[in-house]
Structures are given as structure tokens and as C-alpha cells.
Write a protein that binds this ligand. Structure first.
Ligand code: NAP
Length: 261
């Protein structure tokens, strides 16, 4: 897959990224079907296939169970081939999420991600919103600390995974990257994407397949979803979660077809 520049940064990413919730967490998720977290062999094969197909963007988070720790092992020896996106602010323990957007937690979370991912820099770090986007942006110290981490060379680009239109539009003016939800069944956040386009802010799309719910209906729903998502000019990449190698291949083909037009 041909790489594209992540807005004004010098980071080059594939237009399809790999989401890794299902590599680390099976509790409190909203997928249409139950699944088994892949073992180490299957996970390594999936990562190797993604790389072979031209995917270089991988999305994880401290809240995705042991996804970060697993990726630390899986990506060893190939760090330079990957653009790693992780998050700060949400923790998931004993089946429950809790949130901390303080400066101290932000710095500690980034240091822990570096250790778990066995690297000395993170390409993209996003604030993992609890839904109160505007409060986080206006009242919490997470943004200032992310900027310090960027200045300190720990992080290359910063952003926010938002959950509201108002918060997404504020984020579009502040960050390198916004992660927003956008798919053929949900276009309410289109104004966020438009605002990102005007501000040269990159968009990473989450839930491009509505967490798989779109894949249960219609003819070639993956193609329809990627045609829709990748047509918006602000979108740098659609982060699709899969642990199925055949789905991964189909999604890469669909992304390539969508971009050929
Ligand atoms: P998604 O990418 O919309 O959908 C993933 C689901 O679709 C999986 O259950 C997958 O099942 C299925 N699927 C994928 N390709 C398919 C195909 N070709 N045919 C049929 N089914 C297919 O949803 P998501 O995992 O919720 O979101 C994607 C990523 O975005 C996450 O992994 C995560 O990295 C990120 N995310 C971020 C946030 C946030 O707040 N920051 C929230 C949600 C998600 P198989 O495994 O069987 O393929």
C-alpha cells in the first residue's frame, strides 16, 4: 500500500491501519460475535501478514488489555518498520474503565507504554476520551504534558480520540491528529473531519465497520465502508480491527480499490 503523509508531520502511514483491541482484550467489548484472543503464533502471523501487505500503522492503548505488552514482543527487531499509535487517559482493570487526565498520570502512562512496547519513542499518542471531550481539553493538564513529552522527544505526534462533535472540532484546532468515528451508518462526526481538513490536522478513523456490525449486512460491506471512509479528504487512515488473516487481506484489497476510485 502506498504510504501517505500524516498531515503536517513527517510520519508516513498506510491508508489502512491495524487496530489491536482483539489482540489484548475480550472483556467489555461490543463486537457482534464472541472471539478468542489469538495465541502468540497466530498474532505473530497476523503482524507478519499486515507488514507484507504494506500496513505500517498499528493502533493500541493501555486500555486494550495486554495489547501493548504483546506488541512489544511482536514488533521486536522491526520497530523502524512501524508507526505505533497508543493512548493516554483510560485504564481498564478488572473489567472496568477508569480515567485520569492529570499531568502526572500522562507522563507515567507514556513511560509505561515505552517500556511495554520496548521502544524509546512513540509515533502518535492520543488522549483516550471518556466522552467529556471539551472538559478534558479545557480543564485538564493532559495536553500540556503531551506537548512536553513531544518536546522531550518521547512522542512524535499528539492528538485525541474524541467522542463528541464539539470536542472533535476543538481538537482539530489543537492537535496533529484526531481519531473520530465515521462509517456509512454514522456520519454525525463529518463536521469534525471537515474541520480537520481546514486545519491540516490528520484524521484516523475508528470503527470504520461499526465494530463489525456493518459486516453482517449487504454485499461486500467492507468495500462499501472503505469507499465511504477513504473518500473524505481529511482521512489519513482507517484503523480497522481484525484478527482474521482473510479479512485482513480483503480489507487491504478494498482499501486499494477505494483509493483507485
Ligand atoms: P471496526 O474496525 O469497525 O471493526 C472490527 C470488527 O470487524 C472485528 O470484529 C472484525 O472481526 C470485523 N471485521 C474486520 N474486517 C472484516 C471483514 N473484511 N469482514 C467481516 N468482518 C470484518 O471496529 P473496532 O475494532 O471497534 O475499531 C477499530 C480500531 O479502532 C480498534 O481496534 C482500536 O484500535 C480503535 N478504536 C479506538 C477507540 C478509541 O476510543 N480510541 C474506540 C474504538 C476503537 P474479525 O476479527 O473476525 O475480522
Amino acid at each position: 500500500m502506498k504510504k501517505r503523509q500524516l498531515a503536517v508531520t513527517d510520519i508516513a502511514i498506510s491508508p489502512l491501519g491495524l487496530g489491536t483491541v482483539k489482540l489484548g482484550r475480550d472483556q467489555g467489548v461490543k463486537y457482534p460475535e464472541s472471539f478468542t484472543i489469538p495465541d502468540d503464533r497466530a498474532a505473530a502471523d497476523l503482524i507478519a501478514l499486515a507488514r507484507e501487505l504494506g500496513i505500517n500503522l498499528i493502533d493500541t492503548a493501555p486500555a486494550y488489555g495486554n495489547s501493548e505488552q504483546r506488541l512489544g514482543g511482536l514488533l521486536q527487531g522491526q520497530r523502524q518498520d512501524w508507526v505505533i499509535c497508543t493512548k493516554v487517559g483510560e485504564e481498564f482493570e478488572d473489567g472496568r474503565s477508569f480515567f485520569d487526565f492529570s499531568a502526572a498520570h500522562t507522563r507515567a502512562s507514556i513511560q509505561r507504554s515505552l517500556k511495554r512496547l520496548r521502544t524509546d519513542y512513540l509515533d502518535i499518542v492520543l488522549i483516550h476520551s471518556d466522552g467529556n471531550d471539551s472538559h478534558i481539553i479545557e480543564q485538564e493538564s493532559v495536553i500540556a504534558e503531551l506537548q512536553r513529552c513531544k518536546r522531550d522527544g518521547l512522542v512524535r505526534a499528539i492528538g485525541m480520540s474524541t467522542k463528541t462533535v464539539a470536542g472533535g472540532m476543538e481538537a482539530a484546532e489543537l492537535f496533529d491528529v484526531v481519531m473520530a468515528t465515521y462509517n456509512p451508518g454514522y456520519d454525525a462526526e463529518r463536521p469534525v473531519l471537515d474541520c480537520c481538513f481546514e486545519n491540516d490536522t490528520a484524521v484516523l478513523v475508528k470503527k470504520a465497520f461499526a465494530s463489525g456490525h456493518l459486516c453482517t449486512q449487504g454485499e461486500n460491506p467492507a468495500q462499501q465502508a472503505l469507499d465511504f471512509v477513504l473518500a473524505h479528504p481529511a482521512v489519513s487512515s482507517a484503523i480497522v480491527g481484525t484478527i482474521n488473516p482473510e479479512h485482513l487481506r480483503a480489507n487491504v484489497e478494498a482499501a486499494e480499490r477505494a483509493l483507485r476510485g
